[in-house]
Design a protein around this ligand. Structure first.
Ligand SMILES: Nc1ccn([C@@H]2O[C@H](COP(=O)(O)OP(=O)(O)OP(=O)(O)O)[C@@H](O)[C@H]2O)c(=O)n1
Ligand SMILES: C[C@](O)(CO)[C@H](O)COP(=O)(O)O
Length: 224
């Protein structure tokens, strides 16, 4: 079974507001993105790694790899203006006609190796495997009229990545989908009428998004 992982890092990191996009910020002495690639590589060096970054950052990334002696083999692919397009570009770089592919945010370096392994196993069996975690807080649904309503939180999950799929089906889903407003890959897959299979994610698998996440990321790294 061919295994690939598309690590999407084609964004600008606007909410972080840092001088360089958040995927290149250092935690524990090296860029976030290198930690993320390492988790996959250390789990299984046979997983083909496809790294999607903005085309304008390609030379910068190559310089970073040089500076940090980063030697994990990976294929570089240019990102697009949206996450959807970046994932699609990553999928188009895979010529295989069968296998499974994990799609993972480059800014989630604390994904646990066991979650990745389980996502490949379950996607091979069910066609998809989406990492989710339960909510810890209560939630309320807002209306356009300014009201809010209690929601039973046991029926909700926070969705993470990896989101791992049968390669042929996810490629088809991205090929035929015309509206690009989906915020994750599970929704693109589901839009074809295919049910998604959920697996347990890990609580530390945060998406580094805004400045306070960097403090927590440093803490998580020191703890591990
Ligand atoms: N055109 C884009 C936009 C986002 N991403 C990637 O998708 C992941 C999740 O997106 P998000 O956290 O929103 O990253 P940014 O778009 O960079 O952040 P912001 O919305 O704050 O600008 C990130 O790894 C990001 O680099 C991507 O590959 N291509
Ligand atoms: C894919 C994702 O990380 C799942 O939680 C999330 O939907 C990305 O959203 P963003 O707005 O692109 O950060």
């Amino acid at each position: 079974m061919n295994k690939s992982a598309i690590i999407v890092a084609g964004g600008k990191g606007t909410r972080m507001g840092s001088p360089i996009p958040k995927q290149y910020l250092e935690i524990g002495g090296k860029p976030v993105l290198m930690h993320t690639l390492e988790v996959f590589y250390q789990l299984d060096a046979q997983i083909r790694l496809i790294l999607v970054i903005p085309e304008v950052d390609m030379d910068f990334w190559i310089e970073l790899c040089d500076k940090f002696d980063f030697e994990i083999p990976h294929q570089l692919v240019a990102g697009g203006p949206s996450r959807f397009q970046s994932v699609k570009n990553g999928l188009n770089a895979i010529a295989d006609t069968q296998g499974v592919v994990a799609i993972h945010d480059g800014v989630r370096p604390f994904v646990s190796p066991s979650v990745i392994a389980e996502s490949f196993r379950m996607a091979s069996q069910y066609g998809s495997a989406i990492a989710v975690v339960p909510l810890k807080d209560s939630i309320r649904k807002l209306t356009d009229e300014g009201k809010s309503f209690y929601q039973e939180r046991q029926y909700f999950r926070l969705v993470q990545t990896p989101q791992t799929f049968d390669l042929v089906r996810i490629k088809k889903a991205f090929d035929v989908t015309e509206l690009h407003h989906f915020t994750d890959d599970a929704t693109v897959f589901e839009h074809q009428g295919w049910q998604v299979h959920l697996i347990a994610g890990n609580a530390e698998n945060i998406k580094i998004t805004s400045p306070e996440d960097m403090d927590y990321a440093q803490f998580l790294l020191l703890k591990s």
